[in-house]
Design a binder for this molecule. Structure first.
Ligand code: HEM
Length: 148
């Protein structure tokens, strides 16, 4: 690897570490907010008819926090197994970022506008996020398997 390539790899690592810590902060704040909704026993979140909202926001919090940790794992993978930057790396990186917005964002929006017990239209972002995550993980797994 020449200097330009290793600087590209370092830039990619740094971008994912920044994404990891800032998004972990956002979703920990969401967790604390959910905790506060429990503390105040808000019917709007805990009452009858609010089950869908509670499920959606719990899923948003859980997926957001866990995906933030996946970004840290992705950065560690780039750092531990450095290699020349390829289109595959850039694509996996972009797909992982997209998944981390679409999955928790879709769950969150699905809970904001609940329609007669069904999640709101934002839930349609979730399957796109799932496909983006699947492709990012597949690309990264293939890439790691190829390295000696
Ligand atoms: C890395 C950090 C965290 C991770 C990975 C995480 C993960 C999760 C997961 C997987 C659930 C779903 C549990 C279930 O329904 O069975 C959950 C629920 C919850 N978390 Fe977190 N969490 C984190 C941090 C926090 C923090 C800092 C708070 C606030 C003090 C918090 C508050 C909550 C609350 C209140 C629920 C339940 C929501 C409800 O059912 O209404 N979480 N979390």
């Amino acid at each position: 690897m020449n200097d330009d390539q290793s600087s590209d790899t370092r830039t990619l690592c740094a971008r994912h570490l920044q994404f990891a810590w800032w998004s972990l902060l956002c979703f920990v704040v969401l967790g604390i907010t959910l905790e506060a909704l429990h503390a105040f026993k808000l019917g709007w979140y805990l009452g009858p008819g609010a089950e869908t909202r509670r499920l959606m926001w719990t899923l948003s919090h859980a997926h957001g926090t866990l995906l933030a940790l996946v970004h840290a794992a992705f950065a560690f993978t780039c750092y531990a197994l450095p290699t020349a930057m390829t289109m595959r790396h850039r694509l996996a990186s972009a797909l992982l970022m997209a998944a981390s917005v679409l999955l928790p964002g879709g769950f969150f929006l699905g809970g904001v506008f609940v329609l007669e017990g069904d999640p709101g239209l934002g839930i349609w972002l979730v399957p796109f996020g799932a496909v983006a995550l699947l492709l990012a993980v597949f690309q990264t797994a293939c890439d790691v398997a190829r390295r000696k």
